[in-house]
Design a protein around this ligand. Structure first.
Ligand code: PMP
Length: 423
């Protein structure tokens, strides 16, 4: 059977850049080739975690089979190889983010750890009684709670920039909140609950005009948008490898080098020091000052393989493909009786949150699972966003490079099934 999606994947986009050959690239993702509940799996939960292409799995296995060793400290060959691979991965992340220097890339466990690092280091050094931190109403808990902890400890105040009914940040309201007390603004590049793409460049200008710094939570952006931290002019950028076709347990924090150099260490331990004595301990240079303990070497290597894979597809082609999926699914979902999309931002990326009249999102998710379709339901770790829309939870379908229009047709058919079952 030929679907509209199949025809689409064979075309060359009129705007230049090749359309993704999705049928081909799906073969790179072994996990997709399985049945759930007797139906071929449709994976629509990439915003929670992406699936991993075989090249990432192979890069990790190859590292453990051939080069595994602790890094930076050994004189032997395996240690030198592992160190070289780890530092090469840092260079890959630097280039992916458009950072100036590899020293501006700190490997962390993921976006959550990156944000905690900034709150714990920059925050501890620069934020005091009466200062203000500003977040938006569409943040993931990972970009709220670390700032709440910092505010509790420092006596600073957390302010919240509101969003409108479309799920867009009210920029004028944000601007009004910024002032001489503002130390840091933290916003998502893309909202995980609404799919909103925030105008980071414009926000950076406002934030810098008032002398504060901007942290961007890129957890939902890194796999979908072309990134250039210098162009965005953010001071910090955080993302997770596992949402970017890489492994779990690895991610990166970008920080402008002048900021990272000034910041105190966050965690103490091996690797982040040049020398230790009971009289005086001298810290290592950035980025090592922020990488205490043995890092996730295999994770960094896997992440670099994922970035190379994405780069090989071409991020413009990825964006084009996913924009098509968003537009196609928006039309298809709006035709489902009783369905409301939550958040209708003008610039949307890879996520649709929705509710069905009178049916709990968990029932939607459970019935779809019985049809072989994986979506996410709940508050998506964005309870304040849910509250803004007066909802405890939504159903969320999120897309990646391997999804097709046929997957969306299956989702819509699954929602018909939900209506049948729930009567
Ligand atoms: N921010 C956003 C917008 C997210 O979607 C997520 C993950 N759902 C995070 C932060 C946290 O990412 P991680 O759990 O990988 O640290």
């Amino acid at each position: 059977m030929t679907t509209v999606g199949d025809e689409q994947s064979a075309q060359t986009s009129p705007a230049g850049g090749k359309a993704l050959d999705v049928d081909r690239l799906r073969e790179d993702f072994p996990i997709l080739d399985q049945e759930l509940s007797g139906q071929p799996l449709v994976y629509l939960d990439t915003a929670a975690t992406s699936q991993k292409p075989r090249c990432v799995l192979e890069a990790i296995a190859c590292y453990y089979e051939n080069d595994n060793s602790n890094i930076h400290r050994g004189v032997h060959t395996l240690s030198a190889r592992a160190t070289a691979a780890y530092e090469a991965a840092r260079e890959t992340v630097r280039s992916f983010l458009g950072a100036r220097e590899a020293a501006e890339i700190v490997f962390v466990r993921g976006a959550t750890e990156a944000i905690n690092l900034v709150a714990g280091s920059f925050g501890r050094a620069k934020v005091g009684e009466g200062d203000e931190i500003v977040v938006s109403e569409m943040e993931h808990h990972s970009n709220i709670v670390p700032w709440q902890i910092l505010c509790e400890e420092s006596g600073a105040r957390l302010r919240v920039a509101p969003i409108d009914e479309r799920g867009e940040l009210l920029l004028e309201e944000l601007e009004k909140m910024l002032g001489p007390r503002t130390r840091l603004v933290a916003v998502a590049h893309v909202s995980n609950a609404l799919g909103t793409v925030n105008p980071v460049r414009e926000i950076a200008r406002m934030v810098h005009d008032c002398g504060a710094v901007l942290l961007v939570d890129g957890a939902q952006a890194a796999a979908h948008l072309a990134l250039d931290v210098r162009e965005l002019d953010c001071d910090f950028y955080a993302f997770s490898g596992h949402k970017t076709y890489g492994p779990t347990g690895i991610g990166a924090l970008y920080g402008k080098s002048e900021l990272l150099r000034e910041m105190p260490p966050w965690q103490g331990g091996g690797e982040m020091v040049l020398s230790v004595s009971f009289e005086e301990t001298i810290y290592n240079e950035v980025p090592h000052k922020f990488e205490a303990g043995t890092p996730n070497v295999a994770g960094a290597i896997g992440l670099a393989a994922a970035i190379d894979y994405l780069a090989g597809l071409g991020i413009e082609s990825v964006r084009r493909h996913e924009s098509d999926l968003i537009a196609y699914s928006e039309e298809a979902l709006l035709a489902v009786p009783g369905l409301s999309l939550i958040g209708r931002p003008r610039d949307k990326c890879a996520v649709h949150s929705f509710v069905l009249d009178g049916i709990h999102p968990h029932d939607v998710g459970t019935i779809l699972d019985g049809e072989g379709i994986a979506i996410r339901t709940g508050h998506h770790c964005a309870q304040p966003t849910m509250k803004r829309f007066g909802l405890p939870a939504t159903a969320r379908a999120s897309f990646g490079i391997y999804n097709t229009r046929a997957d969306i047709d299956r989702l819509v058919a699954g929602l018909d099934r939900v209506h049948e079952v729930m009567g």
